[in-house]
Write a protein that binds this ligand. Structure first.
Ligand code: NAG
Ligand code: NAG
Ligand code: NAG
Ligand code: NAG
Ligand code: NAG
Ligand code: NAG
Ligand code: NAG
Ligand code: NAG
Ligand code: NAG
Ligand code: NAG
Ligand code: NAG
Length: 801
């Protein structure tokens, strides 16, 4: 019922803005189409419980031995939930297994009440603070647990962010695999330490939303999902890298993705599941499909899929026991699926009688009376607030426009300043349910229904025009207990300090005199992104015009953008009256109050960009383009990742493109200097060409052993206490000129110094050797750079292996 309504609403919007078919912007000729197929990797590895999984596997083996065929089979697929969980596994009561609840979202528990809305992935990336990433995840994990959730459906490291227009890029932390992997590792640990499994997703190559699912086009042709065609070296050095970190951190679950890889569906791709994940990375947990991403029965089972969601009936289901009886799938494969699932349940302590009943805090219908379970913990408030603070990135600050100095009059502009008027929060809701966040639900349903049709999203959908944007849209979003909007927080400040705040959403020329009298004009705009659609562009004229109009009359124009992805600013950034710019990303419930504390100097900006901001779309060259369905593969859309590892700063460095703001850049209210670079080889480190260690979670264990150590001294040369993110980049011979290989955030008082040190592992120095199928440490000279961003690297040295 609800689904139908949502699709109808969404379809109506599309009709009203005059959607047309896709444009054939990219030609994929048979010459460039060079990845025909995915190599077969069989049989599926049977997990035995390496490392700290041993005990859980021993218990699981004993448990699974007691199960009937039907019971084992029932563990492998979802059934229709009677509660508000995204997916459930039914109980096996006679053995004390209560079942499982799988639930979105990446920034807090979705589709329920009395939970917190934490900062989104991109905001965590912009904080560059590993401790914060852990604390946020742990606080979130506690809320999932109290609501009776067993598996939190996140974090996201795929999409990585190959396309700056990607609709789900904001759910992940960064398009740099090192930063994304480090943050994913902390998030996995934080959530799992609370007793809730993480579902690291979407495995792998899920880099565009367009054609993410198969479907039927306007002429009734079946169109397959997009095939991400990725060569082996790029796979390892870019897209697989952060998954390896998450597996290394112990993620109990991995979600396979909607897209195909080399033309084989991710959830039935033996190279990806049996090969990369379960053999090379030694993954001990289980693989679940993205919702409705299963497209085959026996093939998926043999390729390494362990659990189908939300409903296994179409391919697995009750009758699939036949496949194990007639020999299509060996029963040992089913035993492995069941053992992986039950071992994860034991490992996380979910067998404890005190673990909350599955879905206990997830009412099926929030509009009907239900028992309230308040999952929030007052102790998490500082983490929510700090998480909101640290993802703001100050990139321009002329004449010390910020922090504000006891302003008497502030003038506020832009659709992104006030709270959403209709529903709380994210009141740009098209739906009647106040707990679904606006566009996102409609788009999500739409994408399931029509995902392969040739949709070019209308440019009107580039912004969330009805109120401030605090979380991106789609299944990665949740709703918090309140939403502090910038305008509300500014007014509260005025109430306290006796200043004046005026606002004007219509930009009335008659009030121009007032703007001139203002101490500062604050302009709030945003950049919308949602699951199910890629962004129509990287800037929009409507918002740019608001900035330009204000700047033409106000000499101190401060711009704040709540951006769910890269947002270009060259339309106005050099305007002399635009004195400051903050990329405010997606801060969650504490959006306004954290921003106001930064504006007034009660908090000091410490975020840095987890992506580059180029000057113009053209700087991205091919990196912006979707792949469309074009001949000769019209019904089998292909996306060839021919750029290899050269995305974002790796590409700009390689092609001598100067960005507007480079990867890793961000200003503070203080300044820092760098000195005393020290580089040394760790005593006794083995520097042979290939790793020799056993495979445990994440790959060969000695990939993580330290080979070198780099340190530097940072001094706060300004007048306020601030935090600096020191970054280590390494030039691996034959690879990109430099790649991020370390970062440390330190808080330093004025005039004081701090030493930062970076452990450099074998993995950090290696390239993927396609022939040997191993990570290769070369003998030679590695360039070492330490500094404040990817292009501000005052300390340069070398490391000789
Ligand atoms: C794309 O190109 C093909 C042939 O090159 C053409 O048949 C098709 O109509 C084009 N689609 C659009 C939306 O222009
Ligand atoms: C696509 O190929 C056609 C035929 O070869 C050519 O005319 C057209 O310019 C190409 N379009 C693009 C965007 O490269
Ligand atoms: C895809 O094909 C490329 C080129 O043949 C190969 O290097 C890569 O390993 C393949 N990946 C998968 C997942 O099949
Ligand atoms: C397996 O699941 C089905 C569907 O939920 C249920 O009807 C059946 O009783 C279950 N079988 C066992 C043995 O638990
Ligand atoms: C990183 O986050 C933690 C946890 O919120 C916080 O205590 C710490 O001050 C932050 N570190 C820096 C250098 O800002
Ligand atoms: C299972 O098989 C029986 C007998 O062939 C059939 O009637 C039933 O519809 C099947 N159930 C499903 C869910 O496919
Ligand atoms: C075995 O069972 C599976 C699942 O029902 C079915 O797809 C397959 O065709 C069967 N194979 C044989 C040889 O009967
Ligand atoms: C939820 O409950 C409300 C109020 O009883 C009802 O109007 C609505 O139809 C219900 N929604 C669903 C999906 O059942
Ligand atoms: C914003 O609100 C107005 C007035 O309620 C409504 O007409 C419009 O559709 C809303 N726009 C969006 C994008 O939700
Ligand atoms: C900057 O603002 C002043 C008003 O303070 C205005 O007179 C001037 O024209 C503006 N400059 C530009 C380039 O618009
Ligand atoms: C900026 O990019 C757009 C879109 O690619 C292009 O049309 C325009 O010419 C570019 N402008 C400049 C100055 O390069």
């Amino acid at each position: 019922m609800v689904l139908t309504r949502q699709v109808a609403v969404a379809a109506a919007i599309l009709a009203s803005v005059g959607l047309t078919g896709a444009q054939n912007t990219t030609n994929i000729s048979s010459d460039t189409f060079f990845y025909g197929q995915s190599p077969p990797v069989y049989p599926a590895p049977i997990a035995k419980g390496t490392g700290d999984w041993a005990q859980a596997y021993a218990k699981a083996a004993a448990f699974v031995a007691k199960l009937t065929l039907e019971e084992k089979n029932n563990l492998t697929y979802g059934i229709t939930p009677e509660n508000g969980c995204s997916g459930i596994i039914p109980p096996i009561e006679r053995l004390g297994f209560a079942g499982m609840c799988l639930q979105d979202a990446g920034n807090g528990v979705r589709n329920t009440d009395f939970v917190s809305s934490f900062a989104s992935g991109i905001h965590v990336g912009a904080s560059w603070n590993k401790t914060l990433a852990y604390d946020r995840a742990n606080a979130m994990g506690n809320e999932f647990k109290k609501k009776g959730v067993h598996i939190a459906l996140g974090p996201v490291v795929g999409p990585l962010g190959r396309l700056a227009t990607g609709g789900r890029d904001w759910e992940g932390t960064s398009n740099d695999p090192y930063l994304a992997g480090a943050m994913a590792g902390e998030t996995v640990k934080g959530i799992q330490d609370a007793g809730v499994m993480t579902s690291l997703k979407h495995f792998v190559g899920n880099e565009q939303e367009l054609y993410r699912n198969p479907g039927v086009d306007s002429e009734n042709h079946y169109v397959e999902s997009i095939s991400s065609n990725i060569d082996d070296k790029t796979m390892h050095e870019l897209y697989l890298w952060p998954f390896a970190d998450g597996v290394h951190a112990g993620t109990a679950n991995i979600m396979c993705s909607y897209n195909r890889l080399n033309n084989s569906h991710s959830c039935a791709n033996s190279k990806v599941l049996n090969g990369l994940l379960k053999t090379e990375l030694g993954f001990q947990g289980f693989v679940v499909t993205d919702w409705f991403a299963q497209h085959s029965g026996t093939a998926a089972a043999l390729a390494g899929l362990d659990m189908a969601m939300p409903d296994g009936q179409s391919f697995w289901g009750a009758n699939f026991t036949e496949a194990y009886l007639n020999g299509s799938v060996p029963e040992s494969r089913l035993d492995d699926m069941a053992t992986r699932i039950i071992a994860a349940w034991y490992k996380l302590g979910q067998d404890s009688p005190s673990y909350p009943t599955p879905g206990i805090g997830m009412p099926a219908n929030l509009s009907e009376p239900h028992t309230i379970i308040d999952a929030r913990d007052p102790a998490s408030r500082s983490t929510l607030y700090e998480g909101a603070i640290e993802g703001h990135v100050l990139v321009k600050n002329e004449n010390k426009a910020l922090p504000l100095k006891s302003p008497k009059l502030l003038a506020v502009f832009g659709y992104d300043a006030p709270a959403p008027p209709q529903y709380m929060p994210n009141g740009n809701s098209l739906l009647t349910n106040p707990f679904t966040t606006g566009y996102e639900s409609a788009f999500n349903q739409l994408s399931l229904a029509f995902s392969s049709t040739e949709i070019d999203w209308p440019s009107q959908l580039q912004i969330a025009s009805n109120g401030t944007y605090s979380v991106g849209s789609g299944s990665g979003a949740n709703s918090g207990p309140y939403l502090s909007a910038p305008l509300d927080a500014l007014q509260q400040r005025a109430m306290k300090d006796g200043s004046v705040v005026y606002w004007d959403s219509a930009l009335q020329p008659g009030l121009a005199g007032l703007y001139e009298a203002a101490d500062a004009c604050l302009v709030f705009i945003n950049a919308f992104a949602s699951e199910g659609m890629d962004r129509p562009g990287l800037h929009d004229d409507y918002s740019d015009n608001i900035v330009q109009t204000v700047a033409s009359t106000c000499s101190n124009t401060i711009v704040v953008i709540h951006n769910a992805g890269v947002r270009l600013v060259d339309q106005w950034i050099d305007h002399p009256n635009v004195t400051a710019l903050i990329f405010a990303h997606l801060p969650g419930q504490d959006s306004g109050n954290s921003l106001v504390d930064l504006l007034y100097g009660d908090a000091v900006p410490s975020g840095k960009l987890p992506y580059s901001v180029p000057k113009n779309e053209s700087d991205f060259a091919n990196m912006l383009r979707h792949s469309y369905a074009v001949p000769p593969y019209a019904y089998f859309p292909q996306s060839d990742f021919t750029e290899g590892v050269y995305i974002d700063y790796r590409a700009f460095d390689a092609h001598n493109v100067t960005p507007r703001y480079e990867f890793g850049f961000g200003l503070s209210y203080t300044t820092f200097s760098y000195s005393k670079l020290a580089i040394s080889i760790v005593k006794g480190a083995r520097t042979g060409t290939y790793p020799t260690g056993a495979i445990q979670e994440g790959g060969q264990v000695d990939l993580w052993s330290n080979i070198a150590s780099v340190s530097a001294v940072i001094k706060n040369t300004g007048s306020v206490t601030g935090a600096e993110v020191a970054q280590l980049y390494i030039g691996i011979p034959g690879g990109p000129v430099r790649q991020l290989r370390g970062f440390e955030k330190v808080r330093i008082k004025p005039g004081q110094e701090a030493t930062v040190s970076f452990d450099v592992t074998r993995r950090d120095l290696s390239e993927w050797d396609v022939g040997a199928q191993k990570w290769k440490l070369q003998s030679g000279v590695y360039n070492i750079y330490v500094g404040a961003s990817s292009r501000n690297l005052p300390l340069v040295g070398t490391l000789r292996i």
